[in-house]
Design a protein around this ligand. Structure first.
Ligand code: HEC
Ligand code: HEC
Length: 346
């Protein structure tokens, strides 16, 4: 009898323990809600992805996204309770960077032809720097050939967003170094520009897969990887050379319609009314004649040269023109621009 009671109580114990662990496992079932507005980084963190080293340092006083936004778009944040001294006398960060999504499909964020159509439709400029929309979702900065331009400085900036901000403030914007709290404020602003799930080109099927798989903890690693296939974690950069024979150029037939878009959305962003450059560009025939005449020449006014090599800042003239990499203007687009200048000079 005793034996039976013993066996029964052992079995009861086993059943109790088993049901307890099952209910515990049940409790561990994650409840992650995902909508189109959910930030990608929030989901990844909830799924257990490693946090980036640019999570905000909240202990610095005076840090705020509003100060960061003002610094980024106006170069000064006096009204927001921030810096009273212009970051740069030559540029603001938005001279060269958008702050909205600029590529229709974030998997191909290196396609300038698709980007041109997209920015034209969305009333955005077409620029040499990459958009800051989604910068907190990237893990590498100044990628590819920027090593050739900035050398050792890029090594630190390649792995670290704070270093990348500081490098660009000094080298790209040709301005003063940012104080710690200013830098952290720009970072706080960047965190408001993170990718949302709705920015990813997910099909109905992909959504279903993600929503089902997040319920199963064992699949979280897979979901993280899957989500990351929908955007790039870096902005690729390939430096190109001007064509060797500037008369034949890139040997492609240009489309003046695209050329006009490039002129209006890119060149004029900096040169119209001498906004960020002393060199004025407008729609006067004389301006187009000047651009056309110099396009194939070996001089500092040649667009082939300016587009691919840019110019360099020097003492007394800090404003410079950044180059367009392969990802920021295709050879075809350079010829499109040339075709537009030809058309408008007639
Ligand atoms: C004169 C043009 C110019 C100005 C002004 C400028 N940048 Fe940049 N910036 C660039 C270029 C070109 C790159 C090269 C890489 C890229 O954006 O793809 C870059 C890269 C960056 C990157 C790394 C982007 C990436 O994904 O690799 C950050 C961050 C950045 N800039 C921040 C800033 C901040 C902050 C300011 C203002 C203080 C600023 N930039 C002003 C041209 C500029
Ligand atoms: C991010 C801003 C920016 C963009 C975009 C830009 N430029 Fe420039 N460009 C400059 C700056 C700055 C200079 C330096 C000269 C100066 O400021 O006086 C310059 C110089 C030039 C010069 C030579 C002027 C000289 O005096 O040597 C030409 C020509 C020129 N740009 C044409 C273009 C064309 C064509 C485009 C479009 C494909 C373009 N730029 C896009 C900022 C820009």
């Amino acid at each position: 009898m005793k034996k039976i009671i013993f066996i029964c109580s052992v079995m009861a114990m086993i059943i109790f323990l088993a049901s307890y662990t099952i209910s515990e496992r049940h409790k561990k079932r994650v409840n992650i809600t995902i909508t189109k507005d959910t930030p990608v980084q929030k989901i990844l963190t909830e799924l257990g992805d490693e946090k980036p080293n640019h999570v905000l340092n909240k202990s610095l006083s005076k840090t705020s996204a509003a100060v960061g936004e003002a610094l980024f778009t106006k170069g000064i944040a006096r009204k927001e309770g921030g810096s009273k001294k212009l970051q740069s006398r030559h540029f603001v960060c938005t001279s060269c960077h958008n702050i909205k999504k600029e590529d229709p499909d974030l998997r191909n964020a290196d396609d300038p032809e698709a980007r041109l159509k997209y920015v034209a439709k969305n009333d955005l400029p077409f620029l040499q720097g990459t958009t800051m929309y989604g910068i907190v979702d990237r893990r590498h900065y100044y990628d590819g050939d920027y090593y050739l331009k900035y050398g050792e400085n890029v090594k630190k900036a390649n792995q670290d967003l704070r270093e990348a901000i500081q490098l660009c403030a000094i080298e790209c914007a040709q301005g003063r170094e940012l104080a710690d709290w200013e830098l952290e404020s720009i970072l706080a602003y960047y965190w408001t520009l993170g990718l949302k799930m709705g920015d990813l080109t997910l099909s109905d099927e992909d959504w279903k897969k993600i929503k089902t798989d997040v319920k199963d903890k064992k699949k979280h690693g897979e979901v993280i990887k899957f989500i990351k296939t929908f955007y790039l974690e870096n902005s690729p950069a390939t430096f190109l050379k001007p064509p060797t024979d500037r008369k034949t150029g890139y040997n492609l037939k240009g489309d003046p319609k695209n050329g006009k878009l490039l002129y209006d959305l890119s060149c004029k962003h900096c040169h119209e009314d001498t906004r960020y450059s002393y060199f004025n560009l407008d729609d006067n025939p004389a301006t187009f004649k000047h651009l056309k005449k110099n396009f194939p020449k070996h001089n500092r006014y040649s667009s082939y040269f300016l587009i691919r090599d840019g110019t360099y800042p020097y003492y007394g003239k800090r404003a410079y023109m950044p180059r367009y990499t392969k990802e920021k203007m295709s050879d075809q687009q350079v010829e499109d621009l040339k075709a537009y200048f030809d058309l408008m000079s007639n």
